[in-house]
Design a protein around this ligand. Structure first.
Ligand SMILES: Cc1cc2nc3c(=O)[nH]c(=O)nc-3n(C[C@H](O)[C@H](O)[C@H](O)COP(=O)(O)OP(=O)(O)OC[C@H]3O[C@@H](n4cnc5c(N)ncnc54)[C@H](O)[C@@H]3O)c2cc1C
Length: 318
């Protein structure tokens, strides 16, 4: 790797950064797909001031700065990455608390913890997130969501945008900003939070009996059962459901007879056609090639372009 890390940078990090630093850190273990090369630098800040100090240090380098959550929506190049990757895994970023009638959740908190906390406090609204293995930060950036389990005509899907009221972010200059809902732009699996460092968010939930909340959680779990049966490493749905089509991406892939298709160490899941699994030791190249093969097949048969839902970090992105 053509490294940027040198004695001068090392000195600055030691002087101003309090958290843990890893040099040339393999990223595969931080992702649910278990694919990924080495990041030049990997940081676990201890608190918000630590992130701010880090941004000032890294501002004078050419390193790209990326935040990784639970790594459940990522396909990372297995080449070396000229990147500084930040993981908000310190407990100070996982705080979940009541703030008047709202719930505050730190970006590093697991979605499962947000659901559990809300249930304990008799608050309903976030149960649809059950089974999504990400963090609050990753879910806000991706506007994670699911099909609505209740038959509500004007609300067939539920996503983070439905429950978030305000988001706390750190901009690239290290300033903390609070964005209200109308300053945020949420679309299908994307948001204008990409590029910021999300620190946490305030969720607007409603009072409900714990028994009712549990029933809602159970209902959303039943809906997920099919996909959660995928046991091999994966990153959830690989493709977005195409706009204007009556068919989901999974149905289109299945109609091309690709369900279960094996390519080297990767496979279109035999359980859910919109999942691609790592059968063991898979590389970035074969994963990307299978994604392209699926796109080509769907295009040839239906003239529909499947757009990836997963985010791809490629090695040459400096
Ligand atoms: C089995 C399985 C099922 C899934 N089911 C669903 C589903 O039903 N619905 C759905 O929407 N998704 C689903 N996903 C995908 C994924 O879990 C979600 O997109 C999740 O919200 C990603 O969160 P993460 O913490 O893993 O983010 P990561 O994958 O780590 O990162 C995703 C993006 O968010 C950014 N990011 C993460 N944290 C921060 C932060 N604090 N500040 C700034 N940027 C940040 C990253 O840089 C990256 O751009 C599934 C995945 C799996 C493996």
């Amino acid at each position: 790797m053509n490294t940027i890390y040198n004695a001068e940078l090392d000195q600055k990090i030691k002087q101003f950064f309090k958290g843990a630093v890893k040099v040339s850190e393999p990223l595969a273990a931080y992702t649910s797909l278990k694919i990924g090369g080495r990041a030049e630098l990997f940081f676990s800040p201890v608190d918000v001031e630590d992130i701010s100090a880090l941004l000032k240090i890294l501002g004078s380098t050419d390193l790209r700065i990326d935040v990784i959550g639970a790594g459940t929506n990522l396909l990372i190049d297995d080449a070396d990455l000229p990147a500084a990757v930040i993981k908000l895994d310190n407990p100070s970023f996982k705080n979940i608390s009541l703030d008047d009638d709202r719930v505050y959740a730190g970006a590093g908190a697991a979605l499962g913890s947000l659901i559990e906390f809300s249930k304990q406090n008799g608050l309903t609204g976030c149960e649809f997130l059950v089974g999504i293995p990400g963090t609050v930060g990753g879910a806000l950036v991706m506007n994670a969501g699911v099909r609505n389990v209740w038959d509500v005509e004007d609300k067939p899907y539920l996503s983070m945008s439905d429950i978030i009221e305000q988001v706390q972010v750190m901009d690239q200059d290290g300033n903390i900003r609070i964005y209200s809902h109308d300053q945020l732009k949420f679309e299908y699996r994307s948001s204008n939070l990409k590029g910021c460092i999300v620190l946490g968010g305030w969720f607007s939930l409603r009072s409900e009996q714990p028994g009712e909340i549990q029933q809602t959680i159970d209902a959303f779990w039943r809906l997920r059962k099919k996909t959660q049966a995928v046991t091999m490493p994966n990153a959830g749905c690989v493709f977005k459901n195409p706009d204007g089509s009556h068919f989901s991406a999974g149905e289109l892939i299945e109609d091309c007879s690709l369900k279960g298709m094996v390519f080297g160490n990767v496979q279109v899941s035999p359980v859910h056609a919109n999942y691609i699994v790592n059968k063991g030791g898979a590389g970035f190249g074969e994963m990307k090639e299978l994604i392209m093969k699926v796109q080509q097949a769907v295009w040839q048969k239906f003239k529909i372009e499947l757009e990836p839902e997963i985010e791809i970090w490629e090695g040459s992105y400096r």
